[in-house]
Design a protein around this ligand. Structure first.
Ligand SMILES: [Zn+2]
Ligand SMILES: [Zn+2]
Length: 284
């Protein structure tokens, strides 16, 4: 395969109420994403809508937030993305205890890849003000420990191809408590699970748009992944066309510094590694 840039973790609409598929799952909207990708030199484009926006997700979890969000039909979405000629993905939360039901939901559809994510620890979310894990609980070390344990379980479940925004717990930056221990202490079990499972680690530029203002994952986390022999995937987690490929120069710089010269490309859940564009990952 030739040299390639990917953007696989994409949403065709914002995470907001009143974003019905008939307005966003349209040829015109896809065209805007494709134009943005072409302008950014991205050849491999795929969509990974949040699983919890589909009614079928209620088979996995009946959290009140999911009950409120689950409106659309997953199969209609799959059909739309296929017809649009984009890679077909889905962003699926790891729901502890629902592994078999998650496998059934995913295996019943012909995804090119599945992005696995952890947004919740227990009933509360690390990145969502409505269900804020930080409310009434100040112990950052405890939150980080639980978050990375969940991330490790997510990787080890074998349900997913790409591990999304691996240190999402830092999303608020200094606006929320930070752990006292060296974060590498918390990364460790997750990196071990990544190495064992072979899941691809997402380099996501979404963190650059968030209060933390950094890539996911941190450089230290990425270094530990390199040491463990992990493969990487590259995405923006765009929710708007203008966010496609956002901040890629930073991601590419990090990959080059880590001497990672290849990224993961998927088709029907088979991974291959493709070389990044010239200059990336070569010794400088
Ligand atoms: Zn996410
Ligand atoms: Zn996402």
């Amino acid at each position: 395969m030739g040299r390639v840039l990917t953007d696989y973790h994409l949403h065709l609409r914002p995470d907001e109420p009143d974003t019905p598929p008939e307005r966003y799952f349209t040829a015109e909207n896809v065209e805007r994403y494709c134009e943005a990708a072409a302008a950014a030199g991205i050849e491999e484009l795929g969509v990974s809508e949040h699983v919890y926006r589909f009614t079928q997700a209620l088979e996995l979890w009946r959290h009140p937030f999911w009950e409120e969000q689950a409106r659309d039909d997953l199969d209609a979405y799959c059909e739309f993305v296929r017809r649009a000629g984009l890679k077909l993905g889905v962003e699926c939360d790891f729901v502890p205890g629902a592994e078999d039901r998650t496998a059934n939901l995913l295996e019943a559809r012909e995804f090119d890849y599945v992005v696995g994510s952890v947004h919740f620890v227990g009933e509360a979310a690390v990145d969502h003000e409505g269900w804020d894990v930080w409310e009434g609980r100040g112990d950052a070390d405890e939150v980080w420990r639980r978050y990375f344990e969940a991330l490790a379980e997510c990787a080890r479940s074998g349900l997913f191809d790409i591990l999304a925004h691996p240190d999402l717990v830092k999303v608020w930056g200094r606006a929320r408590p930070l752990p006292e221990r060296d974060p590498r202490h918390y990364y460790e079990p997750a990196v071990e699970a990544i190495a064992e499972s072979g899941i691809a680690v997402e380099i996501s530029t979404a963190g650059l748009r968030k209060p933390v203002g950094e890539l996911y994952p941190s450089r230290a986390f990425a270094e530990m992944c390199v040491e463990a022999g992990a493969a990487f995937a590259l995405s923006s987690d765009a929710h708007l066309p203008e966010q496609v490929g956002f901040g890629y120069e930073r991601a590419i710089e990090l990959l080059a510094e880590l001497e990672v010269g290849e990224i993961s490309v998927f088709e029907r859940r088979q991974r291959s590694l493709a070389p990044l564009p010239a200059g990336v990952g070569e010794n400088r």
